[in-house]
Design a binder for this molecule. Structure first.
Ligand code: ADP
Ligand code: MG
Length: 284
């Protein structure tokens, strides 16, 4: 597998254009803040990027750099104090079924509904399906895609963490949103299951070519899952660079190319911090 990856320096408002394609999502100079009684926290500062159809767009950065906040903004839960986000040209100002989210937590399913029930409930309430028959048919299709056919009538508490995440993915995908939002969906899984889920996600993507924004703090996961990687630096979260990642697999992980790419990304994320530390006054 080739490790030739192209690093594109982050230029304000100027994501690399993809010839002939309109972006699905256009995040344009977005600053997001939280106001608490005592503090004003700037979570992201003038973040810009464009996501194109069938991108596996990864947002990568250390904990606290505003990745989840950015997804909340895209999902329509948080309005920018500066800048704008547009989905297919329309300004995002509220949540909608055109954006579906998968979270890290295993408790995102309704415990009193079966696997099938969880998905049909979303399909009916999200306005995707008009009848239960239609909803069941569509749900079955996606349950099959995540290989849970035998568990249609099972309740979430009987499922493993990985299986619960598969249900959450099937539920979000069944809505056939314009963009699937995934916030560290595999972070709470054990290493082997995590790896398996990453591979399954890539297979699903090969199958359907959906557009996904995938948030992670793991460089390895970003390189394996992403076709494009947005690298963010912390405090407040800002775009450091965009990387067009060629497809790497788990088989590459121990290779020199993969490791070199990982350490290059690591250096980019933490470059400022290293500088800050180096310029701290020395106490003797
Ligand atoms: P990440 O997902 O990259 O770990 P977050 O988006 O969760 O980062 O958080 C970004 C920053 O915003 C952090 O400094 C965090 O403490 C702060 N933050 C997140 N949620 C809230 C909130 N509800 N109220 C106040 N501050 C918050
Ligand atoms: Mg987060």
């Amino acid at each position: 597998m080739s490790a030739t990856s192209q690093l594109t320096p982050a230029t304000e408002g100027a994501a690399p254009s993809v010839a002939g394609l309109e972006p699905v999502l256009d995040v344009d100079g977005v600053t997001l803040q939280y106001k608490t009684k005592e503090h004003l926290i700037t979570a992201t500062y003038r973040v810009s990027f464009k996501t194109y159809p069938a991108d596996r767009f990864v947002i990568l950065g250390p904990s606290g750099c505003g990745k989840s906040t950015l997804l909340k903004g895209v999902a329509g839960y948080l309005d920018p104090v500066e800048g704008e986000m547009r989905l297919k040209g329309k300004v995002i100002n509220e949540p909608g079924p055109d954006r579906c989210m998968v979270f890290q937590e295993f408790d995102q399913l309704l415990p009193w509904k079966t696997v099938m029930g969880n998905i049909t409930f979303a399909l009916m309430n999200g306005g995707k399906c008009k009848t239960q028959i239609e909803a069941k048919e569509l749900a079955s299709e996606y349950i099959h895609k995540v290989k849970l056919d035998r568990f249609e009538d099972t309740y979430p508490h009987m499922l493993s963490g990985g299986m619960k995440q598969r249900v959450a993915i099937a539920r979000a995908m069944a809505m056939e949103p314009d963009v699937l939002l995934m916030d560290e969906p595999f972070a709470a899984l054990d290493a082997l299951t995590r790896r398996q889920m990453q591979e399954e996600l890539l297979q699903l993507w090969d199958d359907t070519r959906f557009t996904v924004i995938f948030v992670t703090h793991s460089i390895e996961e970003a390189v394996i899952v992403g076709s494009r990687i947005l690298i963010m630096s912390p405090h407040p979260g800002q775009v450091k660079a965009e990387l067009n990642a060629h497809h790497h697999t788990h088989d590459d992980v121990d290779g020199a190319d993969f490791r070199a790419l990982q350490s290059r990304i690591h250096d980019m994320i933490f470059a400022d911090r290293v500088l800050e530390e180096e310029t701290q006054p020395q106490h003797v």
